[in-house]
Design a protein around this ligand. Structure first.
Ligand SMILES: [Zn+2]
Ligand SMILES: [Zn+2]
Length: 1010
């Protein structure tokens, strides 16, 4: 008799589990949650989502939470509530609103939401002021395209005032879309009073930053060789240039420079930019490099000795002499182009077209001789200055060759559509003049405009610079104080960039931006730099209400010398503006001085890894100059979100799902948890997969929700007392405390994946072990039932708190359900609660339970090997070489479906053996379970719920049912929610039917609803 009782317990357990498993499987399509959810079912589909993924109930539940937050101003409350630890300062990097947010923005936004929510719960006030980047090429280029402009001159002709007005009007075009997506994502941010880089107070603070740096001697005007974009006609900074490198095919040429005093002898020089040959004024050799003169047919060539084999391969040459580079120095040669050489008035004409020594010459490639054009390269410009060479700049910043260069006038040197066309023309010309030694295709990494994609040209021009090289010691020391996540960025990408940083070119020859606050006297060349509107008003006697170029340029001032002062017409690099946000967002120092002192530096910032060389860097440089310390203390750097195939996400290729579609379909929590657990949180790339989001939904949100739904019918009252006597209770409580510790530690280290992953693991343990093994206790009565309920409720509440920063919606729903608030007006939010502190952890229980689960795994594997299904009860199992207390053995017995369990030995390898002999009694027990499973399968396929009752009709080819006693038939009915089990044929059509083979008999089963 004892074994019957045992098995009755097992059977009950089996029943509840299988019903629940079935519930899990149908959960996506069935929504008992709320009548207010809009009924939008499985219709939204895109090729990125599995057909089996109808829209879940969770997005609708999230909308309800959003409504609650909004109605009850929960975000505002989180700022105004008591903050015992004071401010936790967050700076938001401003995005451009010239397009809708993409996944990169979502990743950033999730990080910027999780961290502030955590610190709010830790007792800090975390203000989250939004910002918009408004100025610069991104918006200018859009307006240029709109107006059909081809060149910069088109803008000037149109009118800078009208052009700027058009930029202003369009720059926040997508701000509303942003607000929608950011809100839907669950990110809390104050978007009602954002800082905007185009607003007067912001621009005035930028001037103040400029002036402070200028007064310290950290800003100067220089004439440099710089990369410029010929289409945008402006200089670019080092970081802008570094963004646009791409491999392209060019033509390289080796030109022949005939020695003036030795006709028929040519010095060979190699160039990858043949268009610069027009501006050639010298050749450079290495003083200590060995050169030779070789004879081939009637001509002689001078080149580095080590390059001869490469350049002359199998040709019949004679080496006629060897010499050091120093012996070539001073020799004159015939210019290959004479457009400028024939102009005797050209400054420094006499020193042109000679051979010089330079230490940058190598013999790695080319000829060991470098062609020098001072207007088009840094080394060239320096050499030109050192030797007072003529300076030939045969093109404007627009890349168009000037009229002086007769044959080539009007050609663009690097046109975007055919970047080597001018090089081809030059090479043809040289060949015609017999001055071309050879040409070759050449593939190299070449910089392009980060905005308009035009190949850049290296061009000597005047520009204003921040003296980063002077600031570097301060900047490097300040950088030591910054905590990076991932840590390798500190000395890697960021540290290296900072170490190699050069002076920052901050002037741009553009229109829609903050302006250089510098006026220059036309007579005495004196500068006047302004750091505020008041200063300019005083100097001009005008009322100043705008600081854009079109307003400022007409303002002329009188100089103390009697001359007129005009503004330097350049505008500022937009990074100078976004790098000034700590000061400018508060209109500091004109307002908010105390507030600024409290909010500098930021505790935390977060952006994508592309910002390492831009926003992070410029924030740091400006703060190093202004404050002599870092602008931020902790920074999380995220990686790039790629399409599922690992390629760049491309609007044109449509190779990724619309973020709004994902939010609509799976909900924000699922997307958040998917991204948070991924390597994209640690500056690595992620190939985005909708299936990954779906999996995250299943593994986290659905599993958790099913735990709650199981508990819900029992949740009659709130239980604060949480005594733990049952070993399962002790285990889950210790585990939840361990979880709190792990998540807290990871958050303190700004390691988000390490904070999120243990939560997923915990939900799994909670569901698949604690709840599964506790179900009998829920069905029971008395103290043990109360304890199981109290522990479940307590654990769910802990989980809601721990989940709150990461999955703010399900955490809120859970919190309200558990506390019985149900989003009532004025009720409290999980996000206003204190972060939980971990209680005691019984590590012994955790270890023992780990062993229990290991033993169960071994037992199940042994069953599998013997080919005996888990539903077939077995007589016994033995554990070898481990001892466990009786509580634990009970768990294992239930789980392995054995009638008895023994332990033998305590040392040596752990193993589990089973008694696989099947007695007729055991076989009958097994058959019963198969029948229960089959009928519950029919219920599921018929779409029945727990509320539906059925009648089962069975037919058997022999005596199986006759062998069951009446008690078993009653049990079968109980476990399948049946009114009765009846033998015989069913007259009416069945709801569902099946046939199965049990104990070598064919059983047919049909069900109808009653
Ligand atoms: Zn450009
Ligand atoms: Zn003057």
């Amino acid at each position: 008799m004892t074994h019957i009782q045992k098995n009755k317990k097992n059977r009950q357990l089996f029943f509840t589990y299988s019903i629940l498993t079935n519930l899990c499987q149908v959960f996506l399509t069935f929504r008992p949650f709320s009548a207010t959810i809009p009924s939008q079912e499985a219709n939204i589909k895109s090729s990125f989502m599995a057909d089996s993924a109808p829209k879940s109930q969770f997005p609708g539940m999230e909308e309800e939470v959003l409504q609650f937050w909004q109605t009850n101003q929960i975000f505002e409350q989180s700022i105004t509530k008591d903050a015992p630890h004071g401010d936790y300062v967050f700076y938001d990097g401003p995005p451009f609103a010239t397009g809708t947010p993409h996944y990169g923005h979502l990743v950033g936004s999730i990080i910027k939401d999780v961290v502030p929510r955590f610190w709010t719960m830790k007792g800090y006030r975390v203000e989250r002021k939004w910002g918009w980047d408004c100025h610069g090429l991104p918006i200018e280029n859009i307006i240029e395209k709109d107006l059909g402009f081809k060149t910069k001159q088109d803008i000037v002709s149109y009118g800078v005032d009208k052009f700027n007005a058009a930029c202003r009007e369009r720059v926040l075009e997508y701000a509303e879309d942003w607000q929608k997506t950011i809100t839907r994502l669950g990110r809390w941010a104050d978007m009602t009073s954002p800082y905007r880089t185009m607003d007067l107070p912001y621009m005035e603070s930028v001037w103040s930053v400029f002036k402070k740096l200028y007064d310290q001697g950290l800003i100067y005007e220089g004439y440099r060789s710089m990369y410029v974009c010929p289409r945008c006609e402006t200089t670019l900074s080092q970081s802008e240039v570094s963004e646009g490198y791409r491999d392209i095919k060019d033509l390289s040429a080796i030109a022949k420079f005939e020695l003036a005093d030795d006709p028929g002898t040519f010095v060979l020089a190699w160039t990858t930019t043949p268009w610069t040959l027009i501006a050639n004024v010298a050749l450079a050799v290495g003083a200590d490099i060995d050169y030779v003169t070789v004879e081939l047919a009637t001509e002689r060539f001078v080149l580095a000795k080590s390059r001869v084999a490469d350049l002359f391969k199998d040709q019949a040459i004679t080496i006629i002499n060897e010499l050091k580079g120093s012996e070539l120095v001073g020799k004159k040669y015939q210019p290959v182009f004479d457009y400028y050489a024939q102009d005797q008035a050209l400054k420094n004409h006499a020193s042109g077209w000679q051979i010089l020594a330079a230490d940058f010459v190598t013999t790695e490639d080319g000829t060991g001789v470098v062609h020098i054009a001072p207007a088009f390269g840094e080394d060239d410009l320096n050499l030109g200055k050192a030797y007072e060479l003529p300076f030939i700049q045969h093109l404007g910043m627009d890349g168009i060759i000037k009229s002086e260069a007769g044959d080539f006038a009007g050609l663009s040197v690097k046109p975007i559509d055919d970047h080597s066309s001018t090089d081809v023309a030059i090479i043809k010309y040289l060949a015609g003049k017999k001055l071309l030694f050879s040409k070759a295709k050449y593939e190299h990494s070449y910089p392009h405009c980060w905005r308009c994609d035009t190949p850049l040209i290296n061009y000597a021009t005047g520009s204003w610079f921040v003296k980063v090289t002077d600031l570097k010691p301060t900047a490097l020391a300040a950088a030591e104080t910054i905590n990076w996540s991932p840590a390798h960025i500190k000395d890697g990408r960021f540290g290296q960039w900072l170490t190699g940083a050069r002076d920052w070119s901050i002037s741009r020859q553009r229109f829609w931006a903050s302006c250089l606050p510098i006026w220059k006297c036309g007579s005495c060349s004196k500068f006047q730099v302004f750091g505020s509107i008041a200063e300019l008003e005083e100097a001009s006697g005008l009322k100043i209400t705008d600081l854009h170029k079109d307003t400022l340029d007409p303002i002329e001032l009188s100089c103390s010398c009697g001359g007129q002062m005009k503004r330097i017409p350049d505008v500022l690099d937009c990074w100078f503006e976004s790098g000034s946000m700590p000061y400018a967002q508060l209109h500091y120092p004109f307002e908010n001085q105390e507030k600024f002192n409290q909010t500098f530096p930021a505790k935390f910032i977060a952006e994508g890894q592309d910002q390492t060389r831009t926003w992070f860097y410029y924030l740091h440089i400006i703060a190093s100059g202004l404050m002599q310390k870092a602008a931020f203390q902790n920074v999380i750097v995220n990686g790039i979100v790629l399409a599922e195939d690992g390629k760049k996400m491309s609007k044109k290729l449509k190779n990724y799902p619309d973020p709004n579609e994902i939010l609509d379909h799976y909900g924000a929590d699922a997307l958040r948890l998917y991204l948070l657990a991924s390597p994209v949180m640690q500056a690595e790339n992620l190939s985005f997969s909708a299936k990954g989001v779906e999996e995250s939904l299943r593994k986290n949100i659905m599993l958790l929700w099913n735990i709650y739904k199981f508990y819900e019918p029992y949740a009659t009252e709130l239980r604060d007392e949480c005594p733990a006597e049952h070993v399962l209770d002790k285990w889950i409580i210790s585990l939840s405390h361990q979880l709190v510790n792990e998540v807290t530690e990871a958050m303190l280290a700004y390691d988000l994946p390490s904070a999120v992953r243990p939560i997923t693991k915990f939900i799994d343990d909670f569901s698949t072990w604690y709840l599964r093994r506790s179900r009998d206790r829920f069905k029971g009565a008395g103290a043990d039932k109360d304890q199981a309920l109290a522990v479940t409720s307590h654990t769910l509440r802990t989980l809601a708190l721990v989940l709150a920063p990461f999955a703010p919606f399900i955490a809120e729903t859970l919190w309200h359900k558990l506390l019985g608030h149900n989003f009532a007006q004025g009720s409290t939010s999980v996000h206003l609660q204190a972060w939980p502190s971990a209680g005691d952890i019984d590590t012994q229980v955790i270890e023992d339970m780990k062993l229990v689960r290991q033993i169960v795994e071994l037992g199940l594997a042994a069953r599998d090997k013997a080919g005996i299904k888990i539903r077939q009860t077995l007589a016994s199992a033995q554990i070898h070489n481990r001892q466990l207390a009786a509580d634990y053995l009970e768990l294992i017995k239930d789980e392995l479906n054995v009638l008895s369990l023994t332990c033998a030995g305590s040392a040596g390898d752990l193993s589990v053996t089973l008694d696989t002999v099947l007695t007729p009694e055991l076989e009958l027990l097994g058959a019963e379970r198969e029948l229960v499973r089959a009928v519950n399968g029919l219920r599921k396929s018929a779409g029945l719920t727990i509320a539906d009752r059925i009648t089962v009709y069975y037919q058997s080819s022999s005596d199986l049912f006759a062998r069951f006693d009446a008690q078993v038939i009653t049990e079968l009915a109980e476990q399948t929610l049946s009114q009765s089990w009846q033998a015989g044929e069913l007259a009416e059509p069945s709801l569902a039917s099946t046939e199965l083979n049990l104990l070598n008999q064919t059983i047919s089963l049909k069900i109808i609803k009653v």
